[in-house]
Design a protein around this ligand. Structure first.
Ligand code: IMP
Length: 179
């Protein structure tokens, strides 16, 4: 077990890169099957999903395109709270088969909002591919069609996921160590 420290917090290795590679290939295989004869548009959600999106696409052998979006956050009034909008959607997704590529679905609120907004552009279909799911934390029902790992309620970093901006470059996944 390898321990690292990010901003004074300790993390220990939990999922090695070989296992990530294997599961990403499995998910890619499912997408290759399901989208045969179609030309899906992968929509990677920045920043966390960049590495997963790259490795997933590398393993697709169907015709496919990729683009990236981000969720903004700004403070609304006290009653509306933080309202998040999809930003950076430059192409039309009308009539397209969209696959949203996310790093992790935690409470599900980000994906719920993303789906609401993307659906308004009338895509032909939308599915979610998420590297991780934390079912114990879900606050709203979100249908995640493709996922590489289902994990317990714990904080992870690596392979695109960060702790306050750091750790995205780590090739393996690390768990926050018990204090
Ligand atoms: P949700 O809206 O609660 O589902 O939040 C999803 C976002 O929270 C992800 O895209 C991540 O940016 C972040 N997040 C949730 N859990 C973790 C974690 O364990 N490590 C790093 N980022 C996380």
């Amino acid at each position: 077990m390898q321990t690292i420290e990010l901003l004074g917090k300790k993390f220990v290795t939990s999922i090695p890169r070989e296992e990530i590679e294997r599961e990403v290939k499995r998910v890619a295989g499912e997408i290759n099957n399901d989208y045969k004869g179609k030309r899906p548009l992968l929509l990677g959600v920045l920043n966390g999903a960049f590495m997963f999106a790259a490795d997933l696409m590398r393993n697709l052998d169907i015709e496919c395109e990729i683009s990236f979006v981000k969720m903004s956050s700004y403070q609304g009034t006290i009653t509306t709270g933080a309202v998040r909008e999809v930003i950076g959607l430059n192409e039309s997704i009308e009539g397209r088969d969209v696959i949203v590529i996310e790093d992790i679905v935690d409470t599900g609120l980000t994906m719920q909002r993303m789906l609401e907004q993307l659906s308004a552009h009338n895509p032909s279909s939308i599915n979610i591919a998420s590297l991780f799911l934390k079912p114990a934390r879900l606050k709203v029902p979100v249908d995640v069609k493709y996922s590489a790992f289902t994990i317990s309620d714990r904080f992870i970093v690596g392979y695109g996921l960060d702790y306050d901006g750091l750790g995205r470059n780590l090739p393996d996944i690390y768990d926050a160590a018990e204090e």
